[in-house]
Structure formats: C-alpha cells, structure tokens
Design a protein around this ligand. Structure first.
Ligand SMILES: *Cc1c(COP(=O)(O)O)cnc(C)c1O
Length: 458
C-alpha cells in the first residue's frame, strides 16, 4: 500500500534524511525506520500498511474525544475564515480566547479564574515559573524564588520544563539547569515505600519530604511547590489518597504557592474536569494543554488562581512575557468545541462512574495474576502495569527498561498502542472508550504479556 504517491520505504528514507524526531535515538531510528500513521478514526489509528491499531495512549495523552471529530474541524475552518489570527498584545484581544477563558474559569476549581495562553505544556510551565517568581517580587519578597519539585516528574522539554522536571537523563543533557529548583522523593509506593509501610504512612512520609526541603531552604526562600497530581510520563504514578491534602496543608503553613501540572490529568481523564477537584485541592496555578483541544490544535492554558492574579492586577507593572500565539483564535475555537463535546457526551461522568472503575477492576482481574505483573494500578482512565521478573520479591529484569519494551512491541504487533516507560507499561486511552473497548484491550495486553513471558523467561 502507498501513501499518496510514496511507498513506505520512500517515506522512511525521507524521514531519516530530513526529520529529527522528539525523544529519539536517531541512529537507532535510522536503522529501524518509522511506522507511518496515515489516518485515524474514533479510537483507532491506521498505518501506511493498512494495520488498524487501537490507541490506548490517546495519541500522547491528548486525544480525549477520539479521532475524526467533524465538529472540531468545522470550528477551525469557520474561525480561519472569519479571523485566522490576531495577537492579544498591545491592548488588543479577540473574542474566541475570551470566551474560552470564561469557560475555563467556570470549570476550574473555585479560586481559579484567570488564564494565560501558550501553545504547549512546556511553554505553560515556563509561564508558570516566571509568573510565580514575579508574584513574589511584587509581594516584596524577591528572595522567595526557589521551587520544590520531585524526582521522575515531567514538566516539559524546554530548559525551564526540563529543570522543573525530575528526569535524570534529561538533566544530564541540560549542561546548566535553571537555578534554585530542588527535587524530592516521588510518592511512588511500589518502589519507595518500606516493606509493611501502610499507604497512609507512606503518603505522609512522601509529603514530609517536601516540608523537609522547605525547612532546609528556609520558607522565606521557597516560592512554590510543583507537581503532577498523577505522574504521567514518569510511569502513571498514583500517590496515596492522603498525599495531596497534606501537600496543600504544608504549602499553606509555609506560605509556599501550589503549582499543579495537569497537562495530562486535565479535561476529564480522572473523572473530574481536573484532578485537583478529584483530590480536593485549590492550587495557585494549574498548567494545562494536551486534551484542552484533544490534540487537534496546539494550545496550552495556564490557569491562574485569584491570589496570584490579584497581586498581578493590583500592583501592576508590565509582565514581560508572552508568545506570538498566546490566545490563538483557531486553537481556542477548537478548544471550545472540544469542551462542548466532553460536556454534551457526558464523557467525564462516564469515566468517573463507569469506565474508570471498570478499568480498575478488569486490570486486576485480567492481568493481576500474570507472572510478569508486579502491580496494576489506575485512576480514571490512566493505568499502569509494573513488569517484574519475580512477582513475590518484585525483582526487575535486567537491563532495566528492557522488559517493558518487549511487552510493548508485542502489544503493538497485536494491534494495541501502549507505552513503556522504565519497567512500567502505561495507558491513557481516549475517554470515548467503552467497557467493550477495555475488554478488547485487556485481551491484547494479556496476549502480549504471554508472548513477552516466552521471550523473557526462557
Ligand atoms: C506533556 C507534558 C508537558 C509538556 O507539554 P508539551 O506540550 O509537550 O510541551 C508538561 N507537563 C506534563 C505533565 C506533561 O505530560
């Protein structure tokens, strides 16, 4: 099969000759050749050779309403004809981002009512970092500029995003991170809890690591704490239930701002509009992107809480920051149509009441007893499977990260797109998945695990 007038081999040669991919070993890719995804519909993507693949990653955590949505294409088309672009600098605005901002204020936690736009999650985190530092300057405390983050966190790939994140491989390639950012233990019980430690005790201990870092720096030097409610790229690491309330208590006690990165968890994935609502916290900033447009357009929205916004508005002085495409009308039109679909189709209620609990149940039932599976866990429509060599001792395969890739490759061959990160298999399907789609996926994963076990345990 060909794509337009190109064979797969021709496209792969051009790809290798001209296209540098994100997060890729280019020598390795050149040898392997890339899979060409040429179209998509509903929960499926199709490659150039006609294979249909069930997309358990929703693209890259973003296509929450599924593929092939005409409403989103029409919203973009209409906006492009009417006003394809105008900036919101220099006392100008355009209506679409204004209406979207109003909508976002309506669905966000109560104390969050302002929006700063960008085109990606990384940009939004850059904005967040600059904004909270500016906030403390305006408050007359410029020395309160440190940020506490966590190991294994992912906050994007720009220099600020990488510095905020806690991925050691990424840090090694930074050659100079943004200063004054420290990383503490992640609330990842599977690897970090002591034998016999209860979930609650571990949750308090993981939160205490944040307080210890605040006390070590001195609270008058710490601007904010940043964290993903559920770590995504780090391996769908779900914290103990008591962790976030405790983090919020600690932040308030020491007057440290709470920055929450909901680039993955935002817009329905956890069964609420935002995971902050699922965990009952009121952050000072909420970073969002990905599912804001279901990936149909690049758009991010940094949601800004009243405390920070009021200082910015009351004290005044120009905040020298923004992007050409801040508040891009076409991206904002698509976002409005996307939020409309999520609402009208009741996708969030479906995740909270039906598919989320169902996924948790069948992950356990269908995969929990598999010899390669050390743990399954999920929250809403985010799931993870820990791959181990020995179930009882939780010993991993050598070399680290290899086993999950073997499982992943078998899954893709069997028609299911999942991701491997470290020794963890992760999934984050579109919110349009039904119980039947989940059943189908579980069968494919079980088959992939069986095949991987033959490879790995021989
Ligand atoms: C993807 C992601 C980002 C970065 O978003 P980009 O659009 O890729 O820049 C930031 N934070 C989290 C939690 C993410 O998952």
């Amino acid at each position: 099969m060909t794509y337009q007038n190109f064979s797969l081999a021709q496209l792969q040669a051009l790809d290798a000759a001209h296209h540098l991919h994100p997060f890729t070993d280019h020598k390795d890719l050149r040898g392997a050749g890339s899979r060409m995804i040429v179209r998509a519909d509903g929960p499926y993507v199709y490659d150039s050779e006609g294979h249909r693949i069930l997309d358990a990653m929703a693209g890259l955590w973003c296509v929450n309403v599924g593929y092939g949505r005409k409403e989103l294409a029409e919203a973009a088309y209409k906006q492009m004809l009417e006003l394809p672009y105008y900036n919101s600098f220099f006392r100008c605005s355009t209506p679409t981002p204004v209406l979207l901002a109003q909508k976002l204020a309506e669905i966000a936690p109560k104390s969050v009512n302002q929006v700063f736009y960008g085109s990606s999650g990384s940009e939004a985190n850059d904005t967040a970092l600059r904004l909270i530092r500016q906030f403390w300057v305006l408050e007359g405390k410029p020395e309160k500029n440190r940020v506490i983050s966590r190991k294994m966190a992912y906050h994007g790939s720009t220099i600020a995003g990488t510095s905020l994140g806690g991925m050691s491989g990424m840090h090694d390639q930074l050659h100079g991170a943004v200063p004054n950012i420290v990383h503490v233990m992640a609330p990842y019980a599977f690897e970090n809890a002591e034998p016999g430690e209860s979930e609650e005790a571990f949750g308090l201990r993981a939160a205490k690591a944040v307080e210890d870092a605040i006390l070590e720096a001195g609270a008058d030097k710490v601007a904010a704490f940043i964290g993903e409610p559920i770590m995504g790229a780090g391996g769908v690491k779900i914290p103990p239930r008591n962790y976030w309330a405790e983090i919020q208590r600690i932040c308030r006690k020491h007057d440290v701002l709470l920055m929450i990165d909901e680039v993955i968890t935002g817009y329905g994935r956890t069964g609420e509009w935002f995971a902050s609502q699922a965990y009952g916290i009121e952050p000072d900033t909420i970073t969002t992107a990905k599912a804001l447009t279901s990936g149909y357009q690049p758009l991010s929205a940094l949601l800004v809480g009243d405390r920070v916004a009021e200082t910015l508005t009351e004290k005044g002085g120009e905040f020298y920051h923004g992007y050409t495409y801040s508040g891009h009308p076409v991206a904002c039109a698509v976002a409005l149509a996307n939020l409309d679909i999520i609402e009208k189709e009741g996708l969030i209620d479906r995740v909270r009441e039906d598919t989320g609990p169902y996924l948790a149940k069948v992950l356990q039932e269908a995969l929990g007893d598999h010899p390669l599976v050390g743990e399954v866990r999920s929250f809403g429509l985010m799931g993870a499977i820990e791959i181990v060599a020995d179930k009882a001792s939780r010993q991993r395969f050598e070399p680290s990260g290899h086993a999950a890739v073997v499982v992943r490759d078998h899954a893709v061959v069997s028609g299911l797109m999942m991701r491997a990160t470290g020794d963890t298999m992760i999934m984050s399907p579109p919110l349009i998945w039904t119980r039947e789609t989940i059943d189908t996926a579980m069968e494919m994963i079980r088959t992939a695990l069986d095949k991987a076990a033959q490879d790995l345990l021989k």
